[in-house]
Design a protein. Structure first.
Length: 44
């Protein structure tokens, strides 16, 4: 895990909720792309 946040700097938390995504393939693509982002710590 990389710690790119300087000491004394507060981390910012942002949440995103996607509603009514019925296509499993689309949801998987979004999930995979989010997990590949360096700044993303959790995808559920």
């Amino acid at each position: 895990m990389h710690n790119d946040i300087p000491i004394g700097t507060a981390a910012k938390s942002t949440g995103v909720t996607v509603l009514t995504m019925d296509c499993v393939s689309c949801a998987t693509k979004i999930d995979t792309a989010a997990r590949r982002m360096a700044s993303v710590e959790d995808v559920s």
